[in-house]
Design a binder for this molecule. Structure first.
Ligand code: ATP
Ligand code: MG
Length: 687
């Protein structure tokens, strides 16, 4: 294997090209992400300060990984200062610094998907979650196309959309009143800032000397505009300093508004664009790559790309048929056990099982548990979606922004403090009438006329508790003090007791409490002040107050991001597997209806099928050495058992042709290796 620091000539060209906008357009595993990390090092070498280099990744986890890789190339001090983030975290930073120019106070709150749903139900006077979800979906798509409620109303195609556009208007008003933004705003508001405020535009354009974007094919229209606004210096239009890397065949977020149009527009918007293809795949064996290429050949080609590998033919891709989900899980886990038994150097983290939809993880989890193989589920319920973590986040959000009504309601009712629905209803009415937040209403002079003395005392006590905590969170910095502060606060509100009171099973309550402690540690670590060694010098990470850390919490992250990559089998959705790689991969549930996914009564359009095919391509190309594709003869559909039809993507891999194409020399090598492995497996273990 090549030394970690090597680059091939095409990669080298992309890394060293500093003459203007650059696009690396290349297939899976060709080293696009590697180009980005190396280009960071190159830019530093060229004299650009680390704070002036922005690298944008698709997930927070990818940002963390990129910082790690950069650390190995440029050292911890520079790596720490690099602006590596997702589009969303970059948006948070821009709004915290300059949101005031848009009338947003610096301590705005960020609503997560659940909060948004609550606000929408309220705004649209609907108790029906399904309806509210549909609004949420439609509004988000509109926002990602750069439309506001007026634009949406004009664009609405039918009565349902007209209603959604009207709800959107109320929703916008509420967000302004709550001083809150949703995830889509984290992109569209910074864009608005750059477009409407000359000072801010000058500042941010000067801030970043070069912007690098990974997974460019999955940016949406608004993200593209933001990128353009950041790099598009009006006086030197053609020279935007950025490097984007992407693969049109891996565009899998069309359903969320990402648009491949962004790839097509790039050369038009930046006429000087340098396009660099990469053709060598360093990840997978030829057998795996051939299957991937064969599948993706079924899609119309946007850009001609070639991809080859010199990793050797390798094991053939295997297709296995299973009797049902349980049997399938058993076989996947059995394979992991067998391979680990054959080759003692293999670790659980060398394996991944990929699937199309979250619920497919369950039987796999059960079998892995039974086999006592450690695993982690990524792309499923994130740590931050757990109820206990959301409770704590609500408290933190309230500290950051007392006008955040959704957070207020959650905090005042968890744990329960004897304040009933009637009281809260009155408080809500009052705040609506007087256009003040619920928190502000707590201390209003006319409130005592509305609620009883006991309720009033409870409300006031809650208000004081929040104010006091806010003060302490503002002044407490560094990991140790932050931890003490949070543990003290949890004790004050008797949160552990609350968990035990509300869980039937002590075991579940204990697990929840342990999540809480994990969360406390995580927040404390982010408050920093930790000392690390670099060469002979000591290096201290910047200390932050609990309040500062709380400000960024809502956008953040999954458990995995806590940087504790343990030795575990990965279970992940295909969507969340993007950019990653494992030596051995099992792709489960490769059936019609699952992959390609088809919901009840859905007409499969050509565009949808193409996106599903790209997902299959992404899945196949995650594997380095071996790939098993499994399909169900029978499968569960709701509560029923139905016949399973193998996915059309299985014949599309053209595995039979592949076998004939195998070089006789490779075949001999493979058979020998298989024999040797069998012999090793049956030999008595060494003493
Ligand atoms: P994806 O499309 O899946 O995101 P990618 O194009 O970003 O893939 P990388 O993840 O950067 O590809 O690289 C794939 C693998 O190949 C990694 O393990 C990487 O370290 C390795 N690799 C890339 N370039 C080289 C090279 N020139 N020499 C040796 N290994 C390389
Ligand atoms: Mg990549």
């Amino acid at each position: 294997m090549s030394a970690p620091a090597t680059l091939n000539p095409a990669q080298m060209e992309a890394v060293h090209y500093l003459g203007g906008p650059c696009l690396v357009l290349a297939g899976a595993g060709s080293g696009k992400t590697r180009v980005i990390t190396h280009k960071i090092a190159r830019l530093l070498q060229a004299g650009l300060g680390p704070k002036r280099i922005a690298a944008i990744t698709f997930t927070n986890k990818a940002a963390l990984e990129m910082r790690e890789r950069a650390r190995a190339l440029v050292g911890p001090r520079a790596a720490q200062e690099l602006a590596i983030s997702t589009f969303h975290s970059l948006g948070v930073r821009m709004l915290r610094e300059d949101g005031e120019k848009l009338g947003l106070k610096a301590q705005f709150s960020i609503l997560d998907s659940d909060d948004v749903l609550g606000v929408l139900r309220d705004a649209g006077s609907s108790t029906d979650n399904k309806v509210a979800r549909q609004w949420q979906w439609t509004i988000s798509l509109w926002k990602n196309q750069g439309l506001n409620s007026d634009g949406a109303l004009a664009a609405a195609q039918n009565a349902d959309e007209q209603v959604a556009a009207r709800v959107m208007k109320l929703y916008e008003e509420r967000l302004v009143a709550y001083q809150a933004v949703d995830f889509d705003d984290l992109i569209s508001l910074p864009l608005k800032l750059l477009r409407t405020n000359d000072d801010a535009r000058a500042k941010w354009q000067a801030q970043f000397g070069h912007v690098l974007v990974d997974e460019y094919q999955d940016t949406n229209a608004v993200q593209y505009e933001l990128l353009k606004a950041l790099v598009d210096h009006p006086e030197e239009r053609r020279r935007g300093q950025f490097t984007a890397v992407g693969d049109d065949d891996q565009s899998i977020y069309g359903w969320r508004g990402a648009t491949i149009e962004n790839l097509r527009r790039l050369p038009e918007d930046f006429p000087g664009l340098k396009v660099i293809p990469l053709e060598q795949n360093y990840r997978s064996t030829t057998a795996i790559l051939r299957a991937a290429n064969a599948v993706i050949a079924g899609n119309p080609k946007l850009f001609e790309k070639r991809l080859w590998s010199d990793r050797g033919e390798g094991e053939p891709v295997r297709v296995v048929e299973c009797d049902g989900e349980e049997h399938e899980a058993e076989r996947a886990v059995g394979r992991i056990q067998a391979l680990m038994a054959q080759d003692p150097t293999l670790k659980p983290s060398d394996f991944a099982v990929l699937y199309r939809t979250n619920f497919q993880a369950r039987p796999l989890e059960q079998k892995l548990r039974a086999a006592q193989i450690p695993y982690k589920v990524s792309g499923g319920q994130s740590f931050f979606d757990k109820a206990e973590i959301k409770d704590l986040c609500a408290w933190l959000r309230l500290l950051v922004n007392q006008d955040d009504d959704p957070a207020f309601l959650r905090a005042i009712t968890t744990p329960k403090r004897g304040i009933g629905h009637t009281t809260l209803g009155k408080l809500g009415e009052f705040s609506g009438q007087w256009k003040v937040s619920m928190f502000e209403a707590l201390f209003a002079e006319s409130l005592p006329a509305l609620v009883g003395a006991k309720a009033l005392a409870g409300l006031h006590e809650f208000g004081r508790c929040v104010n006091d905590l806010e003060h302490r969170a503002r002044t407490t910095v560094g990991a140790e003090d932050a931890k003490a502060l949070m543990l003290g606060w949890l004790k004050d509100i008797a949160y552990e007791q609350h968990l035990y009171d509300h869980e039937d099973s002590e075991k579940v309550a204990a697990a929840r409490w342990s999540n809480v402690l994990d969360f406390v540690d995580w927040v404390a670590r982010r408050c920093g002040g930790q000392i690390s060694q670099e060469g002979g010098a000591t290096f201290e990470s910047e200390k932050k107050s609990v309040l500062e850390v709380a400000q960024t919490i809502s956008v953040i992250l999954s458990l995995a991001e806590r940087g504790e990559e343990q030795d575990q089998v990965t279970l992940t959705t295909l969507h969340a597997s993007k950019g990653l790689e494992w030596p051995h991969v099992v792709l489960v549930g490769v059936n019609e209806g699952i992959l390609p996914f088809q919901s009840e009564g859905e007409d499969m359009t050509a565009a949808r099928l193409e996106e599903e095919r790209r997902l299959m391509y992404v899945g196949i190309t995650r594997a380095q050495k071996s790939l098993v594709v499994s399909t169900l003869r029978r499968r569960k559909k709701g509560r029923e058992l139905v016949a399973g039809i193998p996915s059309r993507f299985i014949p599309e891999m053209k595995l039979h042709e592949a076998a004939q194409q195998e070089d006789p020399k490779d075949r001999l090598k493979r058979l020998r290796a298989e024999l040797a492995a069998k012999a090793a497996a049956s030999a008595p273990p060494a003493a």
